[in-house]
Design a protein around this ligand. Structure first.
Ligand SMILES: [Zn+2]
Length: 118
């Protein structure tokens, strides 16, 4: 009758890494799709190396693609919306108490004169 729930625990494939994650699925189909896609699961620290803030690398900068106009809207990359999660990742356990994270976002727009804007 109802779909059978199941769980999967995956471990990061990076040698020496002990991170793991636990997933719960509403159906066996969802579970099979997940395990087929994530055979070689990596934790965020290892799958997004360029975005991880660490005590040794305290500043991460990320630059989006330029906004482009399509007939159906404006996009940067394939997104119509950008959210901060694209830019950095930090695990609090890596940092001492009192650490402050300063997150900056700056829109660098093309010159207005001579440029085409809609
Ligand atoms: Zn890892």
């Amino acid at each position: 009758m109802g779909a059978r729930k199941s769980t999967v625990t995956v471990s990061c494939k990076e040698p020496g890494c002990h991170e793991s994650a636990f997933y719960e699925f509403d159906s066996q189909k969802d579970r099979h799709e997940f395990t087929a896609r994530y055979k070689a699961w990596q934790c965020v620290r290892h799958s997004m190396k360029d975005r991880v803030v660490t005590p040794e690398r305290t500043r991460v900068e990320w630059t989006s693609q330029a906004v482009r106009q399509e007939s159906y809207g404006k996009f940067s990359g394939h997104h119509g919306i950008l959210i901060g999660g694209s830019a950095y990742y930090a695990e609090m356990k890596d940092f001492p108490v009192g650490t402050i994270f300063k997150i900056t976002c700056e829109a660098i727009m093309p010159e207005r004169n001579g440029g085409s804007d809609e």
